[in-house]
Each structure stands twice: as structure tokens, then as C-alpha cells.
Design a protein around this ligand. Structure first.
Ligand code: AP5
Length: 206
């Protein structure tokens, strides 16, 4: 099953994608994680992407489209995948349609004020991509791989606000794009992590 997780920054795409991928035994393809890895390794793509990410802006379409096209051609994607954070613009969605068949798009709907609170308390593992919230984590160590957790630079309040603005302008039109293709499944993302997980599985299996 080929699935897209769509939603604003902090909606819980990464949190849910991680659990659903484990349950369905398919890979999670997060363009944010791929770009952050490229930044850490200081590759030419990473150096270019950093300029945009630090300002809460989107990385140019052609850069992320090339990354995803290459990633989806890998063997582990043959039985399905979850795209977490891609596409994010109509041109990205149109490009994706040229090289992938999408079965479902899960939209996580969360009000903006919840998002700011979630992102300011988020801690991430740069090694495996796991995500936590300070209110539900006793220590500063990843449960999966024991690496230290950090706060992302783009989770600073002023950058969070520009990311939300970018989402409403550039990514929200994808809701209608996928509604028109009859693949959109809207989930209330302000519920508990477990309740959302159960609803996503039900919507994908139903
Ligand atoms: P990316 O890493 O994709 O960031 P994002 O879409 O802004 O999403 P986030 O990772 O911030 O949030 P999330 O929805 O995954 O929420 P999470 O599960 O972590 O992209 C970063 C940057 O890369 C972009 O700004 C852009 O510059 C660039 N980029 C990436 N893809 C691109 C593309 N396709 N095109 C162009 N540029 C691209 O949860 C957030 C917090 O809330 C956590 O602390 C979590 O523990 C907590 N939480 C989760 N669920 C719940 C819940 N149900 N209740 C309470 N708390 C919860």
C-alpha cells in the first residue's frame, strides 16, 4: 500500500508514520529526515537545503522530487511505503503522479494553537528520526537507539510561525487535490496518539 501522510508541521505525521510503518512492515520515507541527514553530512543538497529549512521555507521542488523519485525506486519500497512530508506543493503532487500510484492520503487535521505547543516541546533523535515530546519523556535519550535527543533549529517560535504560514499557502491546496482523486482520509489529529493510530489503521484497512 502506497500512502501519503499530509498535515501541517507538528500534526503528528512523523509520530504516526513510525508506528503505522512498523505495523504494516513498510518503510517510512520522510523528506524532512532525508534533508536533515544531508545537512548533517554536509552534502551539496544538504548545504542548499539548510538555507531554506532554517527560515521555515520549502526546499525547491526539483530538489525534493529528485530525492523521492530515487528513494521510491529502491527495493524496500516494492511492497508499499508511507510518504511523510511529501508532496508539499501541487507541482510535487503532479510530479509524484508520474512515477507512483498512491492508494490513500491520510490528512491529520490539527488547529494551529495546538501545533505551536507541540513543536516547542518536541525533541528528536537525529540518528533514527524518532520523535518525542518533553512532557512525555523522562530522560534525553532515544528509546530506539540510545542517541541523545535534540531540539530542531526550525522548532524556534518565529520559524514555527513561518512554517505554518507556508503550510496554509503552499501545502493546504493538496487537500482538495487528493479529495478530487477520491483518496483522501481525514483524521482528527488533536486526539491521543493511540486513538489516531487506531483510526488511521481502520481507515487504511477499511
Ligand atoms: P519536516 O521534517 O517534514 O517537518 P514538518 O512537516 O514541518 O513536520 P514536522 O516534522 O514538524 O511535524 P510532524 O507532523 O511530523 O509531527 P511530529 O510527529 O514530529 O520538514 C522540515 C523542513 O524540511 C520543512 O520546513 C522544509 O523546509 C523541508 N522539507 C521537507 N519536506 C519537503 C518537501 N516535500 N518540499 C519542500 N521542502 C521540504 O509531532 C510533533 C510533536 O507533537 C512531537 O513532539 C510529538 O511527540 C507531539 N505529538 C504528536 N502527536 C501528538 C498527539 N496526538 N498529541 C499530542 N502530542 C503529539
Amino acid at each position: 500500500m502506497n500512502v501519503i501522510f499530509l498535515g501541517p508541521p507538528g500534526a503528528g505525521k512523523g509520530t504516526q508514520a513510525q508506528q503505522v510503518c512498523k505495523e504494516l512492515n513498510i518503510p517510512q520515507i520522510s523528506t524532512g529526515d532525508i534533508l536533515r541527514r544531508a545537512i548533517k553530512e554536509q552534502t551539496p543538497t544538504g548545504i542548499e537545503a539548510k538555507r531554506y529549512i532554517d527560515q521555515g521555507q520549502l526546499v525547491p521542488d526539483e530538489v525534493v522530487i529528485a530525492i523521492v523519485k530515487e528513494r521510491l525506486a529502491m527495493d524496500d519500497c516494492k511492497n508499499g511505503y508511507i510518504l511523510d512530508g511529501f508532496p508539499r506543493t501541487v507541482p510535487q503532487a503532479e510530479a509524484l503522479a508520474q512515477f507512483a500510484d498512491i492508494d490513500a492520503v491520510v490528512e491529520l487535521d490539527v488547529p494551529d494553537d495546538h501545533l505551536v505547543q507541540r513543536l516547542s516541546g518536541r525533541r528528536v533523535c537525529l540518528n533514527c528520526g524518532a520523535t518525542y515530546h518533553v512532557s512525555r519523556k523522562q530522560d534525553n535519550v532515544c528509546d530506539n537507539c540510545s542517541h541523545e535527543l535534540i531540539q530542531r533549529d526550525d522548532d524556534k517560535p518565529e520559524t514555527v510561525l513561518s512554517r505554518l504560514e507556508v503550510y496554509h499557502k503552499q501545502t493546504a491546496p493538496l487537500v482538495e487535490f487528493y479529495q478530487n482523486r477520491n483518496v483522501l482520509k481525514k483524521i482528527d489529529g488533536s486526539q491521543s496518539v493511540d486513538a489516531i493510530f487506531a483510526q488511521i489503521l481502520e481507515s487504511l484497512r477499511g
